[in-house]
Design a protein around this ligand. Structure first.
Ligand SMILES: [Zn+2]
Ligand SMILES: [Zn+2]
Length: 274
């Protein structure tokens, strides 16, 4: 096991991922990951009216039981530990925070990824939206909502922090200026930011967030972690060698993983060179 963690992955319960949960775990083992976390989409996704994007409310307990079954089967201690973590990618929707908090209390999560996928009913991951909206207006509203999520201490990890760029649109003055004002609240909250490596396979063609933002977060001391946002088993750990090389170039010394909602530091020099 190489010390690395992949904390962002989905299951067929969200209806837009493929492969058995066992297959995701097998891929994590084949890559030598030390920590592999499931983080399927929460059932209160705002744009899930067609039931295409998220698990349904009555599937939640089965999802948790499936992860626990895999933990019993695969987790191993000793010199080369391997652990499956119980997570969920929970949509931060201001009117549904009460519902989210109830789910956060109901199970013994290792971590919660907080994500903003919508502004109002607009889906940030649909290219068509950006033909109707000015990208700066999108960023203003999106990062405002992310700031609310941070101050609410909604989650342990922020998912795909600069998501508005995913479909290829970028504000002329860059994304860093939207992120910098959030750093003091981020530090106060203790929330980590994932380096979401899926961005490289999307029109954005770079990690989410990008290196300029990663550098600013690292310099400020914001904890960082890794997630592939895998929607197929083959996507587990995607582009991690590139992520690791970039982090080493920036002089980042550690990542974090999570156990029962507590961050655990993972020194980069304890991670085998990828
Ligand atoms: Zn998804
Ligand atoms: Zn997401």
């Amino acid at each position: 096991m190489n010390g690395l963690m992949d904390l962002h992955s989905h299951t067929t319960r969200c209806r837009h991922a493929t492969g058995s949960m066992d297959a995701y775990v097998q891929r994590a083992l084949a890559l030598g990951l030390s920590d592999f976390g499931f983080s399927d989409h929460s059932h209160w996704m705002l744009h899930d009216s067609l039931k295409r994007y998220a698990m349904q409310a009555d599937e939640l307990d089965d999802y948790v039981a499936d992860v626990q079954r895999l933990q019993a089967e695969y987790n191993s201690a000793g010199e080369q530990p391997f652990n499956i973590r119980l997570g969920m990618e929970m949509d931060f929707i201001p009117s549904r925070v009460g519902l989210a908090r109830e789910v956060q209390r109901r199970h013994d999560w290792d971590y919660v990824i907080g994500s903003v996928h919508n502004i109002g009913f607009e889906k940030l991951q649909e290219a068509e939206m950006y033909t109707r909206w000015n990208i700066d207006d999108v960023c203003e509203l999106y990062f405002h909502q992310v700031g609310m999520m941070v101050r609410e201490r909604f989650c342990d990890i922020i998912g795909h922090f600069d998501l508005p760029k995913k479909m290829g649109s970028r504000p002329a003055s860059g994304l860093l200026r939207y992120v910098e004002p959030l750093i003091p609240d981020l530090l106060a909250s203790g929330i980590a930011v994932e380096i979401n490596t899926s961005g490289l396979d999307n029109p954005a063609q770079e990690f989410m967030p990008g290196w300029e933002i990663i550098e600013a977060l690292a310099a400020a001391g914001v904890p960082l972690t890794l997630g592939s946002d895998a929607h197929t088993p083959q996507q587990v750990g995607r582009h991690f060698a590139e992520a690791l090389a970039g982090l080493r170039r920036l002089g980042v010394r550690q990542l974090v993983r999570f156990e029962r909602r507590q961050p655990v530091a993972v020194p980069l020099d304890s991670i085998a060179p990828a």
